[in-house]
Write a protein that binds this ligand. Structure first.
Ligand SMILES: Nc1ncnc2c1ncn2[C@@H]1O[C@H](COP(=O)(O)OP(=O)(O)OP(=O)(O)O)[C@@H](O)[C@H]1O
Length: 450
């Protein structure tokens, strides 16, 4: 695939530390307090003076610090800090010193200023962008997607748990499946648990399993998703929907690979990889107290964010061709005119919505191309498509009409209820979980998960 690859910095949060020389991690001195708080100084091999005097290598504007306060000797073997007979002294981890060997993480205090020795942020600046145009079934040639592929190439074989973020329809499930297939667990099971689609009361048993008699209806022992995925991968879709009271149990699975079936007394060890996905901002959920911070941090060690389609419109032609290939249709099944229209729509429902529209147009003819006005709030479709649907086999025609009705109904409902899901579910008389599932199906769910 022809593409011009930018050499931009990659912000891969998972890239490894580069060593300064054989055996030593490069360090820097981070200023934690005072006027210069937030500044940092690289500690390459050599000597550095620290003090108030402008002639020092590291100048600190702190009245309680001597003009020449401290000397740092940086060698391959380590960093030696030597107090230069300062008036108020130098302290490491609260202990006054005249000379001390510093380690990463040590905090030194000079006067009222605190400084921390931390590993240098030496993430590989020029990590080459992937040259792939697909990863598993995910396709894309945009820079944003190739950045994603670069990460996935590194994450897949390792087998560590991964968090996938992205709006609805951006391919999170495809991504999880590709991570599974390209890992050494690829031949094992891939078990999907859609936490937004299961009634909250059933989630516990679905994930962890249950023993006979654990609750009414538990007629036999049942393994939960983590056990069923033994040797493979569990995909936890919409992990943000996991009820707070179950979150410590997921943390235990992630940290100790142990599950306890509902009603059982003992833990069982499980061997699987967890790939979780969310379309909501989990950090925001943590701030609101809806998601545990410790679980978020454990999940977010390796994370990848799938960009929305409006940020990579250059992928649209390839995506259209991919949908056509999956339908066994040639690229000529869509006219240039239609392609041009599809290429300029912002696709709030992302690739899923694009796929639906392509399928609709290919099946019903280009006259069936829905109006694709700029967002927000396009008008409900008119009944003008009924003629086409009347010509289809009964089952297909009925499904299409229902789909059209659902979409129009939901749009009207959301508008009336100003996007408030609880209100909408009350007004429509349908369960909130089911309503959200319908909204996702039609690419109508708000990015904040409204
Ligand atoms: N990059 C892509 N390449 C090819 N197909 C894609 C891509 N992204 C999404 N799709 C297609 O779009 C549809 C939706 O993808 P998927 O179900 O993986 O999205 P999702 O992010 O998990 O959505 P949701 O949050 O609603 O569960 C699927 O048919 C999938 O095949």
């Amino acid at each position: 695939m022809a593409a011009s690859y930018d050499k931009e910095e990659n912000s891969d949060p998972t890239a490894t530390l580069v060593r300064a020389g054989p055996g030593r991690v490069r360090l820097k001195l981070l200023i934690l307090s005072g006027v210069e708080a937030g500044h940092s100084h690289s500690l390459d091999n050599g000597e550095y003076t620290v003090g108030k005097a402008p002639s020092c290598d590291i100048v600190l504007s702190d009245k309680t610090i001597s003009r020449q306060h401290l000397k740092l000797q940086v060698r391959d073997e380590g960093v030696l800090a030597i107090d230069l007979d300062s008036r108020n002294g130098s302290f490491c981890e609260g202990m006054r010193f005249s000379q001390v060997e510093l380690r990463p993480g040590n905090v030194i205090t000079l006067g009222t200023t605190e400084l921390k020795v931390v590993p240098e942020d030496t993430r590989e600046r020029s990590m080459p962008l992937s040259t792939r145009d697909h990863f598993g079934a995910l396709v894309g040639t945009s820079r944003k997607m190739r950045e994603v592929f670069t990460l996935l190439e590194r994450m897949a074989p390792g087998g560590s748990d991964v968090l996938i973020q992205g709006e609805t329809g951006t391919g999170k499930e495809l991504c999880a499946e590709a991570l599974h297939q390209e890992s050494r667990r690829g031949k094992g099971p891939f078990v999907i648990v859609d936490l937004a689609g299961i009634a909250p009361s059933l989630i516990e048993s679905e994930l962890f399993g249950h023993v006979k008699g654990a609750f009414t209806g538990a007629q036999g022992d049942r393994a939960g998703a983590f056990e069923r995925a033994s040797g493979g991968t569990v995909f936890l879709d919409e992990v943000g929907e996991l009820p707070l009271e179950l979150q410590p149990r997921l943390l235990r699975v992630l940290e100790r690979r142990q599950v306890k079936r509902v009603g059982a007394n003992d833990y069982r060890t499980v061997d699987m990889r967890v790939v979780a996905a969310t379309h909501v901002d989990l950090e925001g959920a943590v701030k609101e107290g809806k998601f545990r911070r410790d679980l978020f941090h454990r999940l977010a060690v390796l994370r990848v964010t799938l960009p929305p389609l409006r940020e990579r419109p250059e992928d649209i032609p390839l995506l259209i061709d991919t949908v056509l290939t999956r339908m066994n249709r040639p690229p000529s099944a869509l006219s240039d005119q239609t392609r041009a229209l599809l290429a300029q729509y912002p696709w709030p429902g992302n690739v899923r919505e694009l796929r639906n529209v392509v399928e609709q147009v290919v099946n019903l003819g280009e006259e069936a191309l829905p109006e694709l006005p700029p967002l927000p709030g396009d008008e409900p479709r008119s009944g003008g498509h009924i003629t086409h649907e009347m010509e289809l086999p009964f089952k297909e025609a009925k499904e299409r009409l229902i789909e059209g009705f659902e979409r129009d109904y939901l749009k009207g409902l959301l508008e009336r209820c100003e996007g408030n899901i609880s209100r909408a579910s009350r007004e429509a008389g349908i369960d909130r979980v089911y309503l959200r599932k319908l909204l996702r199906k039609h690419g109508l769910e708000d990015r904040d998960g409204a």
